[in-house]
Design a protein around this ligand. Structure first.
Ligand SMILES: [Zn+2]
Length: 258
């Protein structure tokens, strides 16, 4: 059984400014084109993303870069301003996530994979999963409930480089989204993060920032038989929506059968 929610609001809740542009921006672009309202949120501000600038200075730059990337697709950027490499699963941070989700009231949520290359990502996985389960419970937050708030469809993005860092096995997606028509705009969004791109460019001597994203999108595309793709694992635990809404809305390929 498939269904399309009446309220069409998608939120990516990821750790750092640029994670959405690397992991799921192609899918967000397609959702925006299909009439969905898009929100891009980062739990951390990116305050460790420089070897030369101070925390406040680089965080301000990275918030601006995140907002500029979101603006390119008419999305709204939110930052929960937690510090890089210190994201924790504690009550104040959980409450920040609930409050954000109460205001946005997403019916579709993207967050990090359970296992990823760094712990900020794994902690945000927990925060996203907690928020998806609980944000619409009346007493979970003091922020007023938006009509239509409900447990959203929940998808986990690929871990960085598509590998489980413990086993080195490739992550096995449930859902593949063809982003061949969106790869150019995905690159433009990622290029908004100039501070990170320049850092890697000076370090690697090549445009590794965009190249790595393109390489991985192409690798997922090859598995799917298209030039570029993004892959996701749908959360199907009780009591989450069970049908693959990305397959319904974007004609994404459901790998495991809805
Ligand atoms: Zn990250």
């Amino acid at each position: 059984m498939t269904s399309v929610p009446h309220r069409r609001v998608a939120l990516s809740l990821l750790a750092h400014p640029d994670d959405a542009e690397i992991l799921c921006a192609g899918t967000l672009i397609r959702l925006a084109a299909a009439g969905w309202e898009i929100h891009i949120a980062t739990v951390a501000s990116g305050d460790c993303g420089s070897a030369t600038l101070g925390r406040e200075e680089i965080a301000a730059i990275r918030r601006q870069e995140g907002a500029a990337a979101a603006e390119r697709i008419g999305a709204t950027y939110h930052c929960l301003d937690e510090p890089d490499v210190k994201v924790v699963f504690d009550r104040p941070t959980i409450e920040k996530v609930y409050h954000l989700m109460r205001r946005v009231a997403p019916t579709l949520l993207f967050t990090h994979a359970r296992h990823d290359y760094m712990l900020d990502h794994e902690v945000v996985h927990l925060l996203g999963r907690a928020g998806a389960f609980a944000y619409s419970i009346p007493n979970a937050s003091s922020v007023p409930l938006v009509p239509g708030s409900a447990i959203p469809w929940l998808y986990y993005c690929d871990p960085v480089e598509g590998r489980d860092p413990y086993t080195q096995e490739a992550a096995r997606p449930t859902t593949m989204v063809d982003i061949s028509g969106q790869i150019e705009r995905k690159c433009e969004m990622l290029a908004c993060h100039a501070s990170q791109r320049e850092w890697l460019r000076s370090h690697h001597g090549m445009d590794e920032y965009l190249e790595a994203m393109m390489r991985f999108s192409a690798e997922r595309g090859r598995q799917f038989g298209v030039p570029f793709a993004e892959a996701f694992v749908q959360h199907r635990g009780h009591p989450f929506p069970q049908d693959d809404v990305l397959a319904t809305v974007l004609s994404a390929t459901n790998v495991v059968g809805a």
